[in-house]
Every structure is written in C-alpha cells, then in structure tokens.
Design a protein around this ligand. Sequence first.
Ligand SMILES: NC(=O)c1ccc[n+]([C@@H]2O[C@H](COP(=O)([O-])OP(=O)(O)OC[C@H]3O[C@@H](n4cnc5c(N)ncnc54)[C@H](OP(=O)(O)O)[C@@H]3O)[C@@H](O)[C@H]2O)c1
Length: 341
Amino acid sequence: MNTSPESNIEILQELIPKIPMRQGKMPVVGMGTFGSDHVSNEQMAEAVLGAAEVGYRHFDCAEVYGNEAEIGASLEQVMANGVAREDLWINSKVWNNNHSAKDVIDACKRSLEDLRIDYIDLYFVHWPFRNFHPPFCDVNARNPDSHPYVHRELMETWEALEFLHGEGLIKNLGTSNMTLPKLELLIKDASIKPDANEMELHPHFQQPELLEYCIRQEIQPIGYCPLGSPGRPERDRTPDDTTDIEDPVIVQIATAHNVHPAIICIKWAHQIGIAPIPMSTNPRNYYANLKAVTEDPLTDEEMKSISAIDKNCRLIKGQVFLWEGANSWEDLWDLDGTITK
Ligand SMILES: NC(=O)c1ccc[n+]([C@@H]2O[C@H](COP(=O)([O-])OP(=O)(O)OC[C@H]3O[C@@H](n4cnc5c(N)ncnc54)[C@H](OP(=O)(O)O)[C@@H]3O)[C@@H](O)[C@H]2O)c1
C-alpha cells in the first residue's frame, strides 16, 4: 500500500466533496485569505502555499485584501509544483469603489494579473452598493458623496460581471453581503442568476431565511467567518463577547468528538449546505479544517443543539456605519428610498 505524503493528499482530495457549479466543481472547504491587520501579506502567501501542499484547492481572495499579488506568486508555485489550473478553484471580488461597468472590468483584469491566472472561477460583487471610502476608514473619513444601495447601480455592476463571463474571464458569478430582498430583486432583473452568495455565517449568526432562500434558488451559500472570526481585532463584539468557538454548546460537542471547537463549526456549516472558507495561517489548524468534512459527522441531536444557539449576531458591520443614520443593514433600504430606483 502506498502511504507517501502524495498518496495521502490524493486520498484526501477524493474525500473532499465537490459542489457542481455553472462551470466546474468547487471543493466544499475553501481557505479564506483576508489577513485583516494581524497577518502580513507574506504570511498569507506562505499559508496559501502550505495549504495547497496539504490538499486545499479552493482559495477565497479579493482585491481589497491587498495581498493578491503575493498570493498569485504562491499560486504560480503551486502550479509549478504540479497542480493543474483546472484542479484549483479561485475566487476574487470587485470592491465597492469599482462598481461602474468599466471599473469592474479593469478590477477583474488587475486581479487576474495579480493572481497570475487567466480566468477566475468565481467572481463576486463584494458588497451590493457603491462607496468611495477608503476600504477600512473610520466614520470620520466618510465621503459625503457616497450613498447606500441603489438597485439600478447594482444592476450595472452585475451586467459587467455578465460581460466578463461572456468573455470567459470569470466562470461563475457571485453576490456577497446581500439581504434576501436585494437578492430577489437581482434575480428578477439579471440575465445570469448568481451561482453563489457569500454571506457571514457561523453558529451565532445563522441567517436561516436567507440560507433557505439561497438553497431553494440553487445559489450555493458560501459561509464567511465560519468560526466567528476569533482572531480579527476589528470584528464587532457580541454583547457578552463570547465567540462561537467559546460557546459552551460548541465546546461540549467538541469535547465529545475530541476535536477543537473550530472543527465543530466547520462540520456544522458543511452539514447545513454551506461551503465554509475558514482562514488560518497555522498549518495544524488549516489541515484540521480541511479534514473536518471528511470525518465523522455531527448527529441530528448535535445539529439541533447548534441551531438553538443562534444569537443573530452579525460581526461584520463596518460598511453599514459609513452612512450617517444607518444603524443596521436594513436601514440602508430606507435612507433615501432607493430600493428599486
Ligand atoms: N465577503 C466578505 O465580505 C467577507 C467578509 C469577511 C471574511 N470573508 C472571507 O472569509 C474568510 C474567513 O473569515 P475570517 O478570516 O474573518 O474568520 P474565521 O475564518 O471565522 O476565523 C479565522 C481565525 O480563526 C483561527 N482558526 C482557524 N482555524 C482554526 C482552528 N482549527 N483552531 C483554532 N483556531 C482556528 C485563525 O487563527 P490561526 O491563523 O491561528 O489558525 C484565525 O484567527 C476571510 O479570510 C475571507 O476570505 C469574506
């Protein structure tokens, strides 16, 4: 029997479920690549290389993460090491200051060049509204000309994605950070329906209605911050500041399975139909995260007890508070009455 590291990776590859998409098959676990301000671009690029070595093939990138050039060098190395391009699944996203048709196309081409690839497997509109703020500015740096969601503006951005798809530069189209009504409107007017929706999803923020809607519409949900983003310094805090991986229910199930609570969050996400994209720069952690979906599943009882710990606690709210008077995502609908304009 061949027990070389290469054969172990091949076995793991076989075991990782792949989701059929419009074009290609997406490995169900992806590696997040947003380093926030505590992981340098070099550390993230090294993690991508290491993750590919242990069997990751799906990487979640974005221009605004500021590290696509470094990650591109790693991806080039991965392919030089023998992984075929068609076995990789690479996401990228257009940022909010590039929503006009021309800017979307330019942004996509920049990402392609930085990532050193000639197509993107899944390209997202990162947020469904335009703004011209620097990516991580505080409220004092708001641009008074920015405005909340306007449906016809999002459609212009979406049509540019449809164009990129026609050109073969992106294989699948994605939305991110949508509410259910925004997604409904987009589907009504789009020529090409979204293939995936990337949404914040973890046991303390389960978004059951949006999730159920995506599954019904055959839009693959991709779960970001699947562990509740425990290491991100700027994440919004829960009232009691308990992260998902500290939740007593998750800890108890983890103890029963003899794994870290992070692994329980990943199994749970997978079992409710989400493709989770945990970020890690620790080789032991990212290997365990990938393997989680190949090992013994959670029982129905365990799944039920995790459903019961939803706190409706959204961690990533930054973009919302860039508009004066907006206190929630839903407020963005009403600020200037532009839902369907
Ligand atoms: N579309 C969007 O708007 C959007 C927004 C936010 C995030 N995202 C995407 O989602 C990805 C994931 O989100 P995130 O990075 O904020 O949060 P996350 O994946 O929930 O948490 C990452 C943190 O968990 C730790 N961790 C990972 N695996 C672990 C394990 N097995 N045991 C213990 N700790 C573990 C990591 O530390 P170590 O490095 O020490 O393992 C890191 O600090 C991002 O990188 C990005 O690609 C997208």
